[in-house]
Design a protein around this ligand. Structure first.
Ligand code: PFF
Length: 455
């Protein structure tokens, strides 16, 4: 058994692995800029409601389904269903696999850029750019449209992910999370301290926390829900797989709350690490998606020599966060492959490593050699971004809560949440009410809005 053992060795290991999946580019790259865009504290309030009301319910649902069945989404949903409906839920399992695959392929593009920026900050190339915004943006432009160059960085990143997966569940995924997550926390705290001690830092804190409800549009509310799901890694089966590795005595409700709280805390810390520095150095906080790659290098360069260290620390932090999330996506795909075929773990992992890396390369090249190729009038990257934000995750999340609230036997849910009657589950009524009514309704609204009204 040893390295292939299909369960985490401890409750702490399980929490760290799941937090590793949840904390990723979504927290450090995406959360700060959309918070800034949609009204700071006002967005944060809505986000917190979605995270704790809906996100955590999805997290509990997936962990329960996974541990109950000890299977991947391909078999888990089917096995908890009455005979006649099992085909539909098996197809849903496949939809989860497809979603994971597309998310991983797109995630690899940004992870490749991150790996490139780690290299360019270590080599000193970023430091030589000075503090001229157009030069720094030009560097990013040149790098991201630089043909095969960013692809090679992506391949290095994917290979790191593969190595961890080949190590197995305990000696790969769990060990990597146990090592990398504490490093991530230390790195982010170092950056927060530095950022908060810069002159004028409090304006950044205000920007992040003071609520401006005039900026909170309907679009912002939907963005908050989308971000809550993406950030918690729920709605695509990854947490079903991690649930299937949970120790039998784990209190699922508590674990889900820990994961949710840690993920949210780290997203907020990322904002605290970024905005005070941005304000202190006099840059535009509404830098959008380019905040991390175009604005931050400028911030670091205006800090003098110490900026070089902080630049390395920051991009390493981003790399670590991306790694543990990509690991969870490849783990899900690998586990699904092993469950449904005769392939060995290394073969399943290798297969999806090749497929996702190849597709990731295509998406990376859509900024350069393949920029002419369009789908539905969008570049390939924008096309997959649309599918990955508007269609697949909300559909999967909706099916998951419907399954948890309406399809799976209530006794199985109660038994799993109470660890066979040994834990008190006073929250059950509220949980079921949210899973049956509130979450499906909210997700349906998001889906319809996304399909018909999103730009
Ligand atoms: N939660 C990750 C992030 O915030 O970057 C992204 C992610 C990982 C989404 C794994 C979905 C997933 F299954």
């Amino acid at each position: 058994m040893s390295t292939q053992q299909k369960s985490f060795s401890s409750n702490l290991g399980a929490i760290l692995a799941a937090v590793g999946s949840a904390v990723g580019l979504g927290n450090i790259w995406r959360f700060p800029y959309i918070t800034g865009k949609y009204g700071g504290g006002a967005f944060l309030l809505v986000y917190l409601c979605f995270v704790f009301l809906l996100g955590s319910v999805l997290m509990i649902s997936e962990l329960v389904i996974g541990r109950r069945t000890r299977r991947t989404p391909l078999g888990a949903y089917e096995s908890l269903t009455r005979k006649g409906h099992s085909v539909v839920w098996r197809m849903f399992g496949w939809l989860c696999v497809l979603t994971c695959f597309f998310i991983l392929s797109q995630y690899l593009v940004l992870s490749g850029w991150t790996t490139g920026y780690v290299w360019h900050s270590v080599s000193g190339a970023l430091a030589t750019l000075g503090t001229d915004s157009s030069i720094i943006s030009g560097f990013f432009q040149q790098f991201s449209t630089g043909g095969w160059n960013p692809v090679w960085f992506m391949v290095i990143f994917s290979a790191l992910v593969l190595v961890v997966i080949l190590g197995g569940v305990q000696k790969g995924v769990e060990l990597a999370s146990k090592v990398l997550m504490p490093i991530l926390v230390v790195l982010i705290l170092v950056l927060c301290v530095r950022s908060l001690t810069l002159p004028g830092a409090m304006r950044g804190v205000e920007y992040l926390f003071s609520p401006d409800f005039s900026k909170l549009t309907g679009e912002g509310i939907l963005a908050a829900l989308g971000q809550a799901l993406f950030s918690l890694s729920v709605g695509m089966g990854v947490m079903v797989v991690y649930g299937s590795y949970l120790p039998a005595n784990d209190n699922i409700f508590k674990t889900a709350m820990w994961i949710t709280a840690c993920d949210t805390l780290i997203a907020i810390l990322a904002g605290v690490a970024i905005f005070p520095a941005v304000f202190s150095c006099g840059f535009d906080p509404a830098g959008g998606p380019g905040l991390v790659f175009c604005v931050l290098p400028n911030v670091f360069n205006s800090m003098g020599t110490a900026g070089i260290v902080f630049s390395v620390v920051f991009f390493l932090l981003l790399l670590v966060a991306a790694l543990t999330s990509a690991i969870s996506l490849l783990e899900c795909l690998t586990a699904c492959t092993c469950e449904t075929s005769r392939l060995k773990r290394w073969q399943g992992a290798g297969l999806f490593f090749l497929l996702a890396t190849a597709l990731g390369a295509v998406f990376t090249l859509s900024f350069s050699h393949l920029s002419e190729v369009k789908m539905a009038g969008l570049s390939l990257f924008d096309f997959v971004d649309r599918i990955n934000s508007i269609y697949l995750p909300p559909i999967c999340a909706l099916c998951t809560v419907i399954f948890f609230g309406w399809v799976m036997p209530k006794e199985a849910m109660v038994d799993e949440l109470s660890n066979h009657g040994t834990l008190r589950i006073g929250y059950l009524k509220v949980l079921r009410f949210i899973a049956r009514f509130i979450a499906p309704l909210a997700l349906l609204v998001v889906l319809i809005w996304g399909i018909f009204f999103a730009q």
